[in-house]
Design a protein around this ligand. Sequence first.
Ligand code: MAN
Ligand code: CA
Ligand code: CA
Length: 493
Amino acid sequence: MVTNAQNPTPNSSQGVAAGTIARRFEYKYSFKSPYLAQKDGTVPFFEYSGNAIASEESVRITPSLRSQKGMIWSRLVTSFDWWEVELQFRVTGRGRIGADGLAFWYTSTKGFEGPVFGSSDKWNGLGVFFDSFDNDNKHNNPYIMSMVNDGTKAYDHQKDGSTQQLAGCLRDFRNKPFPVRAKIEFFKNTLTVMFHNGMSNNEKEFEMCMRVENVVLPKNGYFGISAATGGLADDHDVLKLSVSSLRTLEDAKKLDDDPDSKKVLHDFEEYEKKLKEQKDQWRKDNPEEAAKKVAEDDWDNWFSEQDKELQQIYQGQSAMREVMTDLHRKMDEIITRQERTLQLVSQGKPQQGGGGGQPQIGVDTIRRDEVNAVLANQKEIVSASRDIKNLVSDIHGKTGQLLSRGTGSAQQVAGGGGSYQDQQALRDIRDSVNNLKKEFSQTAQKIASSPCPNSGGCVSTTVLVALLGVQLFILISFMMYRDGKEKAAKKYY
Ligand code: MAN
Ligand code: CA
Ligand code: CA
C-alpha cells in the first residue's frame, strides 16, 4: 500500500472531515534534521542560494545581518494536485523588533533573488508571508498573510501587502522557546493555514490562522522558502519542510493500482534505508554527541536550572489548555444534544419510529422551559469557559514575553538585586497555576461523569465563577509582578 488510507491525517486536514482523505509523505519535496544537509553542504532534492547556509540541523535562510537574502527551492515540480506542508522554523533576533520575515512559496517556476522576502516579484502561485517588520506602521506585525499572484501583481512592501492579501492573522513568531510551526494545506481549492506559536512542543496546539475557499493555484509547482533582512535583521532558520500529497480515497485507490506507484514506494524504502544507515554510522562515530542529542530531545533538558520555574508554568498551562479544549468539545456535544431534544419537544413529535403517534417516554417528561433553562445554563458555561481560555492564552503569552526578557538582556541588566524577588514572584505564579490546573481537572472530571441534560448534575455556575476568580487573582498578581519588574528594569536604562 502506498497511500496511508487507514490513518488519514490524524491531526491536520481541518479543511476536510478526517477519514475521507489519504495522505502520502513526499520525501522528494521535504527536508528535516538530522542530515538535512550532506557533508558536502547539499540538501537532497533542493537547491539553495543567496545568503542561505544549510547545516545538518537546519537551513539558515538569512543570518541576522543587514540586507541579506536567501532561498531554498525544491528541484522537482509537483506531480500531485493537493498537498499539505508542515513548516518548522525559528525567527530570532536580539531586538524587540526584527526584520524582515520569511516566505513560503508554491509557484509555477522557482523564484530568484528579489524584493519579496528575498525572492522575485510577480510570481505565479501562492506566497505565505511571515512578515516581522511593520513597514506601514499600522502596529500589526508580526503578521502572517497569504497572497496569490497570477504573475502580474507587484508586492507592496511599503504597505506590507495589506491591500493584496488573500487572508491573514496577527501572530507573534519571533524568539519563541520552541520552533514555531505552520501547516499549510491545499485541498480541493481550499487553502488552510494552521499556526503553532512555539510556546510548547505539544502537537495539539495548532490554531487556525486562515481558511479560504475557491483558491486557484498552478497545477504543477515548486515549493520554496525565502527570507530577507533590511535595516533590521533576524536569523531565519528552517528546521523542517515536510510535504505530503493529499487525495480523495477514490483517487488514492486508483494510484494504488498504478504500477508506477509501486516503484515510488520501492524508491522511498531504499532512501529510508540509506538514511538509517547514515544515522547509525553517525551515532557510532560520535557517541558523545549522539547521547547529547537524545538528551536535547527530552523536554526537561531544554531549560537551564534557573528557568525551571518557567518550564513548570509552560507545562501547567499546556495541560490546562488540553483540559479546556476537551471541555469545549464535551460542551459542544451536550449543546448539540440539547438542541436536538428541544427541537423534538417544540415539534411535539415522538422520536423516530414511534409509528402509532404514541409520545416516547422520556421526551414528554422534559418541559420546554426546563430545556430552555438547561440550554441557557450551558451557553453561559461555554461563554465563561471561553473567557477563561482567553485569559489562559493571555497569561501564556505574557509568560512567553517574560521568558524572552528573562533570557535576554533584561536579566543581565537586572542582575542579582531583583533575583530573589523574581524567584519569589515566579514561585507564586507557579503555585497559582498549579492550583488552577487542579481545579480544571476536577471540573473536567465532574463534567465528564455527569450525564448532564437529564439529571441536572451539570457543573454549576458557582464553580465557574470561582474558577474565574482564581484566574483573575493570578492575572492580577502576574501584572503586579510584571509592573514591578518593568519599573526595576527602567531604573537601569
Ligand atoms: C529599512 C528598509 C526596509 C526594511 C526595514 C527593516 O527600513 O531596508 O525595506 O523593511 O529596514 O529591515
Ligand atoms: Ca513588512
Ligand atoms: Ca504592518
